[in-house]
Design a protein around this ligand. Structure first.
Ligand code: MN
Length: 242
């Protein structure tokens, strides 16, 4: 009898919590995606220790720090990670940095695969690369230069512009081509390389160019092809719409 009286408010409280959880029209907090392969899967180009630290510490910190911004920026609860990139300019720098860090690293794990498992550029992607750069090798050379020349920390990108052409760009810190920022060339990221020192220092120390060269063996072209197929197509011209 006494026990039942003691338990009643506890059970009522639990029920209220469950109803609140199911009824609230908000998204879950941002979550760290698991690596799509083991931490040793990209060796020898990227070692297991780098992968573990990079995912479990660096990427996890971006996610935790982004979630820590939710109480002071409650509209974050209504935005997907993709949608947030396109309006990050109206949020404080801590949101920009950590939302970018979360998006960029989620992309990075997906566009890599164990050497030999990543397939090849699709015929459609290869045609677009040849139209914009002349050849696959010329695109890679331009990408390597952008990655090597990024001063300090940042990313190199292969993007698809809104006019359908492809381009190589680079962004500082954790910015990316989806962001609504004046110093970012806009486009759909197809392939992005992390050139922060934490991405390569254990294996390559200061030899960033060696890291960039080795990284091409890890590119998951199957995923790059998927991103190319899903990227916005150019709007029809007035002539073709008639
Ligand atoms: Mn990183």
């Amino acid at each position: 009898m006494l026990l039942r009286a003691l338990l009643r408010p506890v059970l009522a409280g639990l029920t209220a919590l469950l109803l609140l959880g199911h009824g609230a029209p908000v998204m879950a907090d941002f979550a760290l995606p698991p690596l799509p392969y083991g931490p040793e899967a990209l060796e020898p180009a990227i070692g297991a220790e780098t992968m573990t630290l990079h995912h479990d510490r660096h990427h996890a910190a971006y996610v935790a720090n982004l979630n820590a911004q939710i109480p002071s920026n409650p509209s974050l609860k209504t935005l997907s990670l993709d949608a947030l990139q396109a309006q990050v300019g109206r949020f404080p720098a801590a949101v920009r940095n950590n939302a970018g860090g979360h998006w960029n690293h989620s992309q990075f794990w997906a566009v890599m695969a164990p050497a030999g498992d990543g397939g090849a550029p699709s015929a459609e992607l290869l045609t677009a690369i040849q139209q914009s750069f002349g050849s696959l090798e010329a695109m890679q050379e331009q990408f390597n230069q952008a990655a090597a020349a990024r001063f300090g920390s940042g990313w190199a990108w292969l993007i698809r512009r809104l006019d359908g052409s492809l381009a190589i760009t680079s962004t500082a810190n954790q910015d990316n081509p989806l962001m609504d920022l004046p110093d970012v060339e806009p486009g759909t990221p197809l392939l992005g390389l992390d050139v922060w020192e934490h991405a390569y220092y254990l294996n390559y120390q200061n030899r960033r160019a060696d890291y960039i060269h080795a990284w091409w063996s890890l590119v998951n072209w199957n995923e790059v092809n998927r991103r190319f197929q899903g990227s916005p197509s150019p709007a029809p011209t007035a002539a073709s719409a008639l």
